[in-house]
Design a protein around this ligand. Structure first.
Ligand code: ADP
Length: 163
């Protein structure tokens, strides 16, 4: 059984994330989507909300599990018995950050490999932050996120709007 971990903030999950996840699930026996609980990013959704939005999409796919985690990603992967991390690459602008992260992870856990899947062109400009920005300004985001995520964003911003 070859298990891989797909770690990220997923604030919230987009169709780009989902595409990487589906393609990774074709390559491995099991994928654990690992929702980071304590990274440096200010998030709109709580870890439990981010996890629930992903679960709603992958529900019933036996190869995919969704978990939240704290601490180093490689330590989480070790605890889960996984030796592969999956990351997605969009433009060159992702490369520098991803390279640094992969090098740090390699230093902390030499036995763990990071594997990159290239984003499909149609998702290469989709990011959680752009989606949040567009949704807050009431832009149409239905081509870029699952319906449940679109609903959750609308609800979040409705609740946050001044009364
Ligand atoms: P992090 O804060 O760890 O970067 P993200 O949720 O932003 O978490 O991203 C998780 C992973 O998914 C990263 O490797 C990122 O490059 C990748 N990713 C994000 N958006 C897309 C997309 N549209 N297509 C492919 N990969 C993506």
């Amino acid at each position: 059984m070859i298990r891989a971990v797909y770690p990220g903030t997923f604030d919230p999950m987009t169709n780009g994330h989902l595409d990487i996840l589906t393609r990774a699930a074709d390559l491995f026996d099991e994928i654990i989507v690992a929702v980071a609980d304590d990274n440096n990013k200010q998030t709109l959704f709580t870890p439990a909300e981010r996890l629930a939005l992903i679960e709603e999409e992958v529900n019933g796919q036996p190869k995919i599990k969704v978990m939240t985690f704290c601490g180093l990603t490689v330590e989480f992967a070790r605890r889960q018995g996984a030796r592969t991390l999956i990351r997605g690459l969009r433009a060159m602008s992702d490369y520098e950050y991803e390279l640094q992260l992969a090098m740090m992870n390699k230093k902390f856990a030499p036995e763990i490999e990071t594997i990159f899947l290239m984003a499909q062109v149609k998702y290469s400009f989709v990011s959680s932050s752009a989606i949040k920005w567009a949704s807050r300004l009431e832009g149409r985001i239905e081509d870029f996120v699952p319906a449940g995520v679109e609903r959750a964003l609308r609800e979040k911003y409705r609740l946050q709007a001044p009364r």
